[in-house]
Write a protein that binds this ligand. Structure first.
Ligand code: MEV
Length: 313
């Protein structure tokens, strides 16, 4: 193609962030916010242009230096090292917010480059290459973000073999009886997932038995959540989210702003609310009775926060 556009999905983790880095299950679902990329012809060299980075740093997904490293790695893995190309990236996802911007960026660039050079690449190849990119950005990603960014479906995910390079994650689709509305709240505080993952790692190293026990407790909530989602049992899903948020607090990855938002959502009638993604700032999510998402979102906005509405389907 002369001209092509491709994208990767942002995501929210419904249950199981952080413990998923230690081989436990997590549930994630794509959101309507994406990162788009487009590759056009250029005689020499690779040029990466990210729309809005100069004017709005909130949309700089991972920082220009890292994005260039990621682009170079992708070109090399696709057998196109040194090929002339211009890669334009259009981020519609705020950065460092726990919504999977770095994985969505990698997926968008991979698809755009493959498309421009007519390379056939399967979804699982896209996802594993995005996983390699995530390793540059995060250090020890579980692989859940690149999986959802690629496939764009609600999944139960587990990477049983985090230590091995040949890690083949277990992925199962989750289908709900009908769409479930979720309110996303942004704290406005940027937080890098690599940072909070590092905090948990350091604490785990000091006291592995205690932390493994918390991870296993979260795993039980996640597995109960699969049933709740498949039945469309929102009250149960809400309880599980509240408990998961408590255990994330035990892992020290919440923040004052997250606690405020979670409190506002619960007082406005949310069935459950929790931080989502890396924590330490970033985003939270709330599940409500059918039809109540708008009023819960409005309470969160009145408290001064930015919200998005999304649906699990
Ligand atoms: C980030 O979206 C979720 C974490 O569990 C990190 C990971 O799984 O790579 C915090």
């Amino acid at each position: 193609a002369e001209h092509s556009a491709s994208f990767g999905y942002g995501k929210i983790i419904l249950l199981g962030e952080h413990s998923v880095v230690y081989g436990r299950h997590a549930i994630a679902t794509p959101i309507g916010l994406t990162i788009q990329a487009e590759v056009t012809h250029q005689e020499h060299g690779t040029e990466l242009v990210i729309a809005r980075w100069d004017t709005d740093a909130a949309y700089d997904p991972i920082g220009a230096g890292l994005a260039e490293q990621v682009t170079a790695l992708i070109a090399e893995r696709l057998g196109l090292a040194g090929k002339g190309m211009r890669v334009d990236v259009f981020p519609h996802l705020p950065r460092a917010s726990g919504l999977g911007a770095s994985a969505a960026l990698a997926v968008a660039i991979i698809r755009a480059i493959a498309d421009r050079f007519g390379l056939a690449i399967s979804d699982s190849e896209v996802s594993s290459l995005a996983f390699e990119c995530e390793r540059i950005v995060h250090g020890t990603p579980s692989g859940i973000d690149n999986t959802v960014a690629t496939f764009g479906r609600s999944i139960l995910f587990r990477n049983p073999n985090m230590a091995s390079d040949a890690a083949a994650p277990e992925i199962a689709d989750i289908v709900t009886p009908g769409p479930i509305q979720i309110v996303i709240g942004l704290t406005g505080v940027r937080s890098l997932t690599s940072h909070t993952v590092g905090i948990v790692r350091a604490a785990w190293e000091k006291n592995p038995a205690r932390y493994e026990a918390i991870f296993s407790q979260i795993d039980e909530l996640v597995l109960a959540g699969v049933g709740a989602l498949r039945r469309g049992d929102l009250a149960e899903l809400g309880d599980l989210m509240n408990m998961n948020h408590g255990l994330l607090g035990a892992l020290q990855v919440s923040s004052p702003e997250l606690e405020t938002l979670v409190g506002v959502a619960r007082r406005a009638g949310a069935l459950g609310a929790k931080l989502t993604g890396g924590g330490g700032g970033g985003a939270m999510i709330a599940v409500t009775e059918p039809g109540a998402a708008e009023s819960v979102g409005s309470a969160m906005r009145q408290a001064g926060f930015v919200t998005y509405l999304t649906e699990i389907r």
